[in-house]
Write a protein that binds this ligand. Sequence first.
Ligand code: ASP
Ligand code: CP
Length: 321
Amino acid sequence: MRHLLDTVNLSREDAIRILDVAETMGDVAGREVKKLPALRGRTVVNLFFEDSTRTRISFEAAAKRLSADVINFSAKGSSVSKGESLKDTAQTLQAMGADAVVIRHPASGAAQRLARTDWIDAAVVNAGDGTHAHPTQALLDALTLRRELAARDGVSPTGRGLDGARVVIVGDVVHSRVARSDVWLMHRLGARVTLVAPPTLLPVGVESWPCDVELDLDRALAAGPDAVMMLRVQAERMQSSFFPSVAEYSRRWGLDAPRLAVLPPQSIVMHPGPMNRGLEISAAAADSPRSRVLAQVANGVSVRMAVLYLVLSGANTPEGA
Ligand code: ASP
Ligand code: CP
């Protein structure tokens, strides 16, 4: 695998391979010494032009657990504020010997741009570009759900997809790179995904995505999904108002205690984070025993170890974009 840019063209086989490697990497986290020598001597640059807590820290932890050297770059406080371009920034990092560049950027397509030009020859991993894609988030979501389904069936998660699983993804779909990446990956792994959102928060062209679309959250929940993923209302990407009021949004599209109560006992609750508690998700749901929010974070380290290992070890799988 040369780069990881998107999940749209990631094959089922490659996705399962990443998840299986992530399972192996996850075992390292349980050891007293959480380190493997696999990427000794390689340099990973975290290039973050947009804020992040989970993704940035987990890529750093993942690279360190594989013994790579890590350089953390955040646009705030860098020469980007002096007008330096993405190209010049990337080439500066290349000159410092980056083998892999993990990039988060507010512009959709920034990761592709970095990978497809001759600005750098490092492997590129997309850590979220605009409203476009967040492939490692989708992979950690799939890993979390796959583990859940396997545990329920009393089988090993390794080698499996998400066949027959039903997933409901709710909320601000139009601004969500997570929803986009999840829909494609989960579809490819055999899950049936239903998006639920107010019409104003559904993207143009959603009919062509491989999923169902529903406007009524209660109807979607009544079907008894295996997982309900609540999306953050991304206020920072909203120039105008997309719904009448916060109270109206949480009444119609929020996961509150009564909605939590109608879910079948085995349904899990997911959220990519950061959460707006009291808006798309109530504290009752976020802190309930069904919540897998922290499991998602822990699985994020394993998935990012797997991705860094696969792009830097020269393992021969397609680039998934
Ligand atoms: N953290 C995720 C992202 O960066 C989801 C979110 O911010 O709502 O896409
Ligand atoms: N889920 C996610 O990408 O979180 P951060 O924005 O904190 O990295």
